[in-house]
Design a protein. Structure first.
Lengths: 321, 255
């Protein structure tokens, strides 16, 4: 049996959902241990066990909350030396990216980043990696020892397997030299009612919205649907909306029940982050836009007229119930 | 105020506005229009703004084929001081770790106070070179910065999070990655373009750096087209579009 280590990410004491998504796949690939570092690690072990982790290595030292990347890379390196893994899996998220890169450079083993799938094959592991913003999918065999793979969030649907993890306190020593990038404050900017990644409905806007002044139209629609607002890279790069709203290859991956793309042409860079949505509705003035070819319903028309009318219709319909 | 030396890593990538294709060895076809990575343009801009505020020098470092010199020239025309290009046929298809090793070997002798990278390249999007580079240079990494402040040897950034930002602090030397929100890249002036022609771009090979090519950490076994989603129906809005959308929303049970 291959030995697999999944790195579970905690943020401000809360387990991030990517870990259980990855566990759902990893438990079919071998014997899975999980490592959780920082506040909330012990509490997370229960959920991690239910999703297939047989062992949960935990350490609740505040050093993992207070400093970026380096203490975690130290701890995982020490754990790997004691209990050698064939495969180490991370989520392709900000914190995990920082840790994985440092760890791979330290172990000299390289890695595969931005994967959308991982399977066992011929005694090793093969990852699927979107190329060109998702137009192509490369199958990459991980040849590093250990193999390290970063998996995009929402690549797998999490499900419980009913197990439980044996909790082991991970004893590690963190050198002072690793306490360098210190987190001094956490600031919430937008009082996001619904998190983009968790929203059941996402309403996203692109250049076809005409300008940032029209984004409140999308907020109103998302509000009526109990959803969240996303955006294409083009409008984020143009400074219309913050990066936190970006959906796509270099932004967030979402998998809502309904994705409404408004004034978004559907560049691969964008669609790789939303194409697994259950239902896609596109509103665009260009019938030839690539988004139309993947939408369940493509509406050719003026978004600035359709969106407010749709908001009113949704409100009216909800009011009837 | 302390004079700083800033290194900005830059990469030449296929123009995001053109269709891209693959060579038979699965590497990117480079015969297309190529540009300085838009993310790196933001890095160059941030480097220039820090230089304007604190003095010092901005050095651009790139790995790529000979023509990647054009990407460096673009940054020089924006105002960077000089460039270093590592170009070697043996580097074709280099993975993130090899790229980081090569960049580290070229950057180390420069002893920069600050290294600025984009969060990930437009074309390969691994996002792994910056943390690997930080590790190999032995400096802390402050990533996903949308705002950077330098005060003497204290570096402070606002790091993008899913609902806002965290403030992260470190002492230089350090490496930062910057998001597109950091700064609007300036246009190169005619004067800047003229001046860039006479700026130094040093070219290095793997042998110059003493880096071993090594073996790749992954092998590409095949490349296929991404699974296409089936198209549904496309309708012209003749006034009935809203009703159609509402029906789809109701069928999906979101209203």
């Amino acid at each position: 049996m291959a030995k697999i280590l999944v790195v579970a990410e905690l943020s401000q004491g809360k387990l991030q959902p990517t870990a259980v998504e990855i566990l759902t796949r990893a438990r079919d690939l071998g014997d899975v241990a999980v490592v959780a570092l920082g506040s909330g690690a012990k509490a997370a072990a229960d959920v991690l066990g239910k999703h297939g982790a047989k062992t949960a290595y935990v350490n609740e030292d505040k050093v993992f909350d207070e400093f970026l990347a380096e203490p975690a890379a130290d701890a995982i390196e020490q754990l790997h030396k004691e209990d050698v893994a064939d495969l180490i899996l991370f989520g392709f998220t900000s914190d995990s990216r920082d840790i994985a890169g440092r760890l791979a450079a330290r172990l000299g083993c390289g890695l595969i980043s931005n994967a959308s799938d991982i399977t066992a094959s011929d005694g090793g592991f093969v990852a699927k990696v979107p190329y060109f913003g998702g137009a192509k999918i490369a199958s990459m065999r991980a040849s590093g020892k250990p193999a390290i793979v970063l998996v995009r969030p929402k690549s797998f649907e999490a499900s419980e397997s009913g197990g439980s993890a044996e909790i082991k306190e991970l004893a590690v020593s963190i050198a002072d030299g690793s306490k360098r990038a210190r987190v001094v404050d956490q600031v919430v900017e937008a009082s996001e009612k619904v998190k983009l990644e968790d929203a059941k409905v996402v309403v996203s806007g692109g250049r076809g919205m005409g300008g940032p002044d029209n984004f409140p139209l999308l907020e109103a629609l998302a509000g009526a649907l109990g959803g969240a607002v996303g955006a294409s890279r083009a409008v984020v790069d143009a400074g219309w909306v913050p990066y936190s709203m970006q959906v796509g290859q270099t932004g967030k991956s979402v998998r809502p029940g309904v994705y409404i793309a408004v004034g978004i042409s559907g560049a691969m860079q964008h669609t790789v982050g939303m194409k697994t949505s259950k239902v896609i509705i596109a509103i665009n003035k260009d019938a030839e836009a690539p988004i139309m070819k993947m939408a369940d319903l493509g509406v050719v028309g003026d978004a600035l007229k359709i969106v407010p009318a749709l908001t009113a219709a949704v409100k009216a319909k909800k009011g009837q119930h | 105020m302390k004079v700083v030396k800033i290194v900005v890593t830059v990469k030449q990538v296929p123009d995001p506005n053109t269709t891209q294709s693959l060579e038979s060895d699965h590497s990117l076809a480079r015969d297309k229009e190529v540009v300085l990575d838009p993310g790196d343009e933001c890095g160059v801009e941030e480097g220039l703004q820090l230089k304007e505020a604190h003095g010092g020098e901005v050095v651009l470092v790139s790995m790529g084929p000979e023509r990647a010199k054009d990407a460096i020239r673009k940054g020089l025309s924006m105002g960077a001081d000089r460039g270093i290009l590592i170009s070697d046929p043996a580097l074709a298809g280099a993975d993130a770790l090899l790229t980081a090793k090569v960049l580290a070997a070229a950057i180390k002798p420069e002893e920069p106070d600050l290294v600025i990278c984009g969060t990930e390249s437009y074309d390969s999007s691994t996002g792994m070179v910056p943390p690997m580079l930080a590790e190999l240079l032995g400096v802390p990494q402050l990533t996903f910065a949308k705002k950077v402040e330098v005060d003497g040897t204290t570096l402070k950034i606002n790091r993008q999070t899913s609902d806002g930002h965290m403030v992260v602090e470190a002492t230089t030397p350090a490496l930062i990655t910057v998001t597109a929100a950091i700064a609007e890249p300036r246009y190169a002036s005619l004067k800047g373009i003229m001046a860039a022609r006479s700026k130094e771009v040093k070219q290095l090979t793997l042998a110059d750096l003493g880096v071993d090519r090594g073996t790749d950490s992954e092998t590409i076994e095949g490349v296929s087209d991404a699974e296409a989603r089936k198209a549904g129906s496309i309708i012209e809005d003749d006034g009935s579009a809203v009703d159609r959308i509402v029906k789809v929303l109701a069928d999906a049970k979101v209203i």
